[in-house]
Design a protein around this ligand. Sequence first.
Ligand SMILES: NC(=O)c1ccc[n+]([C@@H]2O[C@H](COP(=O)([O-])OP(=O)(O)OC[C@H]3O[C@@H](n4cnc5c(N)ncnc54)[C@H](OP(=O)(O)O)[C@@H]3O)[C@@H](O)[C@H]2O)c1
Length: 267
Amino acid sequence: MANNNVQKVVVITGASSGIGAATAEALAKAGAKLVLGARRLDKLQAVAARVLELGGQAEVMVCDVGRREQVKALLALAQSRFGRVDVAIANAGFGFVARVHDTTDEQMEEIWRVNLLGTWYVLAEAAPLMLKQRQGHIIAVSSVVARRGLPGMGPYCMTKAGQLSLVEAMRVELRGSGVYVSSVHPGYTQTEFFQQVSRRSGSTVRGGGKMQSADVVAQKIASLVERPRPELWPLKMLRWATLLTAMLPGISDAAIAKSMRPRGRLS
Ligand SMILES: NC(=O)c1ccc[n+]([C@@H]2O[C@H](COP(=O)([O-])OP(=O)(O)OC[C@H]3O[C@@H](n4cnc5c(N)ncnc54)[C@H](OP(=O)(O)O)[C@@H]3O)[C@@H](O)[C@H]2O)c1
């Protein structure tokens, strides 16, 4: 990461593991000032300790992104501790496996609240602060599935598509204001994600396709922080694949149905 990122104040949700924690560490190497939120305080404290070792600074706060006041408090902590918010990364999220018509009201409401409302809270609370500063960068960690629904993961894919729609709209709404808005579209990444999916789904669920490490994805997010652009696809070939699936939906359906056998294997 280039020197112009040194001292950037970066707020990250879902920073207690996986992509969020790795991104905190990647940014810490350039001396960033981090404000880290998630629900597991012990894990956040461990990430903060690594950030310090790597040369960054970190504050942590318990933050359930499904609660707007907690997202607001996380951003306020960055302001009170470091004086501003340069970058806000809406990363917190989870998934589960269920067919669309089998999904319960509770499952749908929770994923909608955490993945979609939680992202919107970051966007909606960070934007006014950044507009006042006349600069800032808001990043939403979406997924490759933002552009293609997968069987068994419909509600999750819905939230990822929704994140992309919010980001696309907001980027144009804030054009010229000094505030930039980006989305990140990881493919299968080695994190706690699939453990959580398995736990919630009651059976072992594995990701499919080429797997990236959280560190690789985090390095790419650090480069996005350095050089804002509309979308980051850590595995570029997946971007082209999703464009093809949009152009050829019938053929894509057949290919996805075939590649997702045996059951329990995603993407
Ligand atoms: N891994 C993949 O293959 C993959 C692919 C594409 C996109 N993504 C996306 O990448 C993002 C990060 O996931 P990951 O892969 O790094 O998985 P992970 O290791 O399970 O991390 C998820 C993070 O979200 C936090 N979180 C969950 N619910 C939360 C809530 N209600 N409030 C605040 N934080 C919450 C978790 O912390 P606590 O439990 O401590 O709250 C954790 O820090 C997610 O948005 C996911 O959809 C992942």
